[in-house]
Design a protein around this ligand. Structure first.
Ligand code: XMP
Length: 518
């Protein structure tokens, strides 16, 4: 395949930022696949035919302890340039006869990098660069053939290289945005030093993907579950381009969506894209099943069970289908692969991967399984989907039920929807919905508080506002929103939403809190 071949292989040694490396390489227009560090040469060739370079990620281990992850033998024999980052650097040093030891001063956070020569990896950069460090070990003696390319206050070999053999290593993390010119360094490596092919772009992806879906499905029909989220929406639009009305999207409205969301799905897919949409309004069934349920796990289980039942019942009415379409994206695939590895921790379970009825196993079409979220959005826009769908923030499967703490009733859902709509509309007007917040929403709390309105005492519900900045949703920081905006939102909510007399702002990061409240 043209798009993937000539790209870059990244081996993951357990780094929190390994996915970011792949995203940065792809931002240079080069396909990058992230593989577990134990991957074989054949795995690498399957993932990226004719790969032009290898990047070794960071990781939590120390290279000199027993059982530390090792460098697979094929990496240095493959003849392509290699870049080791953090643990990847130490691994190269250790394996090639250098010395790695605990650093006298551990470096965490910003460091000033002094670059000896602005060429190769550092082409076009300043003699001093701000980089992000996170290491306890460092390279004390580099292996034969390597010279120092840069130093930092805590690392005499903050970057080293053996240009003859095309092997490079950096102690800092070029993939994180805190390293100011990290993208330039990765671009220099993959384009300048590896000569990787810049063939990864949304338009070519769409053409290639349409052809491969047509080859996979033949004359068959595909049933696709549309959730209203970005991934299934883009998967639906792509499948439609490939198969026309042989894709049948099924949308189950559980009544737990945000303001206007169910209508937007029906309008976009039924009216605008003229898909064969099969929409089921199961609001009554879901709300009846949730009556009296207050425990978060019981809510999730009730919704999950009812969702499968409703979906299967709907599938009976759409005629025979041979394939199931899913909006699985690359992070789902990587995390699910990670869960098979010994010692790897399951971070969250994905309803998209695994758990299929036996009869459908091996009959799944997943056109987005190579894409990151930002790439999915680019493809969605290129396919002509409206911004309101493409830029929709992630929304949990159980919907507003897990943001309506305590009992879920229609009245409480309506209160929550109105408060949420005020918050997100104000953010949108201020231009903060896409940029400053990865996720922003309102939560209705299961407590009442006393207030005063006019001359009277009130005893009403409390709304919490949650807004976070995050790249990967695994960790998150609370968004520093302007005070004026928060004041306006609080004021509007208590004035416009009946039954609410108090608004609070959640200022906890994840961890220790989670993004959602349930
Ligand atoms: P937490 O609350 O665990 O959320 O920090 C991380 C991200 O996952 C979303 N989330 C879910 N998504 N089904 C989903 O499809 C779920 O049950 C679910 N629970 C949380 C959450 O909105 C955030 O983006």
């Amino acid at each position: 395949m043209l798009l993937k071949s000539g790209g870059i292989v990244i081996l993951d040694f357990g780094s929190q930022t390994a996915q970011l490396i792949a995203r940065r390489v792809r931002a240079a227009g080069v396909y990058a696949a992230l593989l577990p560090y134990e991957a074989l040469y054949t795995d690498a060739q399957d993932a990226v035919p004719d790969f032009r370079g290898i990047i070794l990620s960071g990781g939590p281990a120390s290279v000199y302890v027993p059982q530390a992850p090792q460098l697979p033998g094929w990496v240095l024999e493959s003849g392509v340039p290699v870049l080791g980052i953090c643990y990847g650097m130490q691994l190269l040093a250790h394996q090639l006869g250098g010395k790695v030891s605990p650093a006298p001063d551990r470096e965490f956070g910003f460091a000033e990098l002094a670059i000896w020569e602005n060429a190769g990896l550092f082409e076009g950069l300043l003699p001093q660069e701000r980089v992000w460090m996170s290491h306890g070990d460092h390279v004390e003696v580099p292996p034969a053939g390597f010279t120092s390319l840069a130093k930092s206050p805590g690392a005499p070999y903050a970057a080293m290289g053996d240009p003859q053999r095309g092997w490079y290593a950096v102690q800092f993390h070029p993939e994180v945005t805190h390293t100011v010119h990290g993208q330039v360094m990765l671009h220099n490596f993959v384009i300048g030093l590896c000569g990787a092919a810049q063939t990864w772009n949304p338009h070519d992806f769409i053409d290639a993907s349409v052809a491969s879906v047509q080859a996979q499905v033949g004359e068959g029909r595909v049933l696709l579950g549309l959730s209203g989220g970005v991934d299934s929406a883009v998967a639906g639009a792509l499948l439609q381009k490939a198969l026309g009305d042989r894709v049948v999207p099924v949308f189950v409205n559980h009544g737990l969506m945000r303001v206007g969301e169910a209508e937007a799905v029906v309008r976009t897919f039924g009216t605008d894209l003229k898909l064969n949409l099969h929409a089921v309004d199961a609001t009554e069934e879901f709300l009846s099943a949730l009556a009296g349920v207050t425990d978060p796990e019981e809510k999730r289980q009730t919704i999950g069970r009812l969702f499968v039942e409703t979906f299967e019942a709907a599938a009976q009415h759409v005629g025979a289908f041979q394939w199931l379409g899913q909006g699985t994206i690359y992070p789902d695939v990587i995390e699910s692969a990670g869960t098979d590895r010994p010692g790897a921790q399951r971070i969250k379970s994905h309803h998209n991967v695994g758990g299929l009825p036996v009869r459908m196993q091996g009959r799944v079409v997943e056109p987005l399984r190579d894409l990151f979220k930002d790439e999915v959005r680019e493809v969605g826009t290129a396919l002509g989907l409206p911004d309101e769908i493409v830029w929709r923030q992630p929304f949990p499967g159980p919907g507003l039920a897990i943001r309506c703490l305590g009992e879920v009733t229609w009245e409480r859902l309506e209160t929550l929807r109105r408060a949420d709509d005020i918050f997100t509309s104000e953010l949108r007007i201020a231009g903060l919905l896409r940029n400053a917040t990865a996720q922003a929403f309102a939560v209705l709390l299961p407590v009442k508080s006393v207030g005063v309105m006019g001359d009277g005492r009130t005893y009403e519900e409390v709304v919490a506002l949650r807004a976070v900045a995050t790249d990967d949703f695994m960790t998150a920081d609370w968004a520093r929103l302007p005070n004026d905006l928060l004041a306006r939102v609080a004021n509007r909510i208590v004035n416009e939403v009946r039954g609410v007399n108090r608004v609070v702002y959640d200022i906890t990061s994840k961890p220790p809190a989670t993004i959602e409240w349930e």
